[in-house]
Write a protein that binds this ligand. Sequence first.
Ligand SMILES: [Fe+2]
Ligand SMILES: [Fe+2]
Length: 308
Amino acid sequence: MTTETHSAINQYFKPGFCQPDCVQQDCPTNFTCPPPGVIPLSRGNFIADSLENNLFWLRIMMEHALFMRLAFACVNMDLINEAQQYEQAYAQQLNQAKAVANAPTEQSVRALNQASIELTQAFACFKTMVLDRIITCGPTKIGGYNYPLLIDHIRREAVAFISRLNALQTGRVEPLALTIVRDQTFWHRIMADHAKFIAHLLDPSEREFVEQANSFSVLFDSKRLQALDLKSMLEPNFAVYPILRRFTRDSLKAATQIRDFKAAATELIAECELLSIIPVLLADHVRREAEMFVETMEKRLNELSQVK
Ligand SMILES: [Fe+2]
Ligand SMILES: [Fe+2]
């Protein structure tokens, strides 16, 4: 094991049985297993990865604000206005990201990341407040058409964006196996949620589409459970085992299938040939997220192919 690998592991990821989602107090930190030789680390490029994340997620966040605004009850003008302010703030931040991307420097990218983190932390808190008011009872309860799972879902996407930017800002290096299983647990859950939203927003008369959406929901729930099992198996030492390659290939195949399903649905919705209450922008939004999942899995397979 190289010195660099040793220090990265020791600094951020102590091998053991509690990485990364145990409650700290419950971690058996007084014993570890010896790591199995060299642990491949995930490599990135600060400027390219920062710009890619900002250009993708800022547009996604702007659209979340729009979807929330459209689904609030018309009596909640305060929430409608606040959502609109986030929409405008993200439109400005997206323009800023495009400007920085024209001639990026480490300093301008770092400032962009920081501003995106702060804006998205505030937006995640707004989503939290809205979710709390949807699922409560009593005078603060709000109505409207935002499913609780949708708000939880878009909050998870905000948190994932923040944590990716934080990793870039602090130069955090992590084992490749951990990056891959975490990507998979995140994206499989996101895809399973999308399938459920689509099934519930299609017109009930569109029986075949509803059935297809339901079968994607079952597929991705099952993939997520398998990813969690793998995560648990790999966590103690973060080695790259052959199963990770097969599972990543399978994830790419499933991601491609749902991406194509969403692309076909988006086209039909745009042509008014599919009965639903899905706005075309929402259909395209979930298609772009599936595309990002496909691209991420392709990137990870490429990284895995470089591991001996
Ligand atoms: Fe989204
Ligand atoms: Fe999503």
